[in-house]
Write a protein that binds this ligand. Structure first.
Ligand code: TXA
Ligand code: MG
Length: 329
């Protein structure tokens, strides 16, 4: 039903934000920028709107969604914070950290959005447009990344339009998203567990907690669904096959470089892009998805990726690259 609608593209003016809040209030769908990636927003309390969101995304309905709110006080209406969660919220909100917490009594987020779980993922984004929209709407907004399921996360309005044009009401175009990878997800349902590396570094979180994060028990990592593990393992996949940790390029391959010295044979690459010539992992994260998209469109036999250090945002980047390279089912 959504495939034939006209998707309007607007800049984030006061009038556009008011219009966007009205769309949410009437059960519509819109994409908006956050500091991490563009989100596909719906009224978290409206099950029908959430169902339309899953449909527009082509997302398996068992995959729960993050509820976005303006501040920690609004998050406390939805979820119960233990001491660790309170400290993390204090240290990192607003910002690219999502907390999975027990639902509070009377939590208004629809069960469809939490996939029937008794916990809920909550996040307070830092981006001015996201904040303005949440404040104007006044209720929690569920927002997965605004891509079709299985495609890479969008960091520009053009990416969103390519994936979801004709399927959603509105795209608020706030330019490129500054962080470029999704939020870090930590579950505080006991000992804090890292469910997804992302825009807030593990080291920063462990410094605030004063101890290491626990590893998720088997089957609990967010992309690990018992129903469709293969599909979710390749969640961030371009269409072109990939080869990671490459030190050389074969003719016909496309190169995703990192750092000052290119891989051997780089001059023969079908197309070459550098995540960060200066070796800056923050710049690399911001470029990751748009570079992958551009290389995927180059008609290369394979996308080869140079190694990146596994520290700070490098952990999230390597995680996304591994998923992108995972065998498809
Ligand atoms: O940066 C972000 O987090 C972006 C922006 C738009 O805010 N959103 C985002 O949402 O990445 P999404 O739906 O693409 O990824 C959220 C992940 C999913 O893998 C989902 O399974 C997991 O969070 N998740 C959501 N609620 C959960 C819960 N209650 N327990 C465990 N995992 C959960
Ligand atoms: Mg996503």
């Amino acid at each position: 039903m959504t495939a034939s609608m006209v998707t309007r593209l607007v800049k984030p003016s006061t009038a556009a934000i008011a219009d966007a809040a009205r769309i949410l209030a009437t059960g519509g769908l819109l994409a908006f920028p956050t500091e991490t990636v563009y989100g596909l927003g719906a009224d978290a309390t409206n099950g029908a709107a959430v169902a339309r969101l899953y449909e527009a995304k082509g997302r398996p309905a068992f995959n729960p969604l993050i509820a976005h709110v303006t501040d920690a006080a609004a998050a406390r209406v939805l979820a119960r914070f233990d001491a660790d969660a309170a400290q993390l919220a204090q240290a990192f909100w607003p910002g690219p950290l999502t907390l999975v917490l027990p639902k509070a009594a009377g939590c208004a987020v629809s069960d469809l959005a939490t996939a029937g779980l008794d916990n809920v993922a909550v996040r307070v984004p830092h981006h001015a447009t996201a904040q303005a929209l949440l404040a104007a709407f006044g209720r929690p907004v569920v927002a997965p990344s605004a891509n079709r399921s299985g495609h890479v996360s969008p960091t520009t309005a053009a990416h969103v339009l390519a994936d979801l044009g004709g399927r959603i009401d509105l795209i608020v175009d706030g330019g490129a998203t500054p962080v470029g990878v999704e939020s870090t997800i930590v579950a505080c349902l006991g000992e804090p567990v890292l469910l997804r590396p992302g825009g807030t570094s593990r080291e920063g979180i462990e410094r605030v907690l004063g101890r290491p994060l626990a590893e998720p028990p088997a089957g609990m990592a967010v992309e690990d669904s018992p129903l469709a593990p293969g599909m979710l393992a390749s969640h961030y996949a371009p269409r072109t096959a990939m080869r990671l940790n490459a030190d050389h390029v074969e003719p016909g391959e496309a190169l995703l470089a990192f750092g000052a010295s290119p891989a051997k044979g780089a001059e023969k690459a079908a197309k070459a892009l550098n995540l960060s010539a200066g070796g800056d992992l923050i710049e690399a994260a911001a470029n990751l998805f748009s570079h992958l998209r551009a290389l995927d469109a180059a008609g290369a036999t394979r996308i080869v990726v140079m190694p990146l250090p596994h520290k700070g945002l490098g952990e999230a980047i390597n995680d996304r690259l591994q998923r992108a390279a995972a065998p498809r089912v």
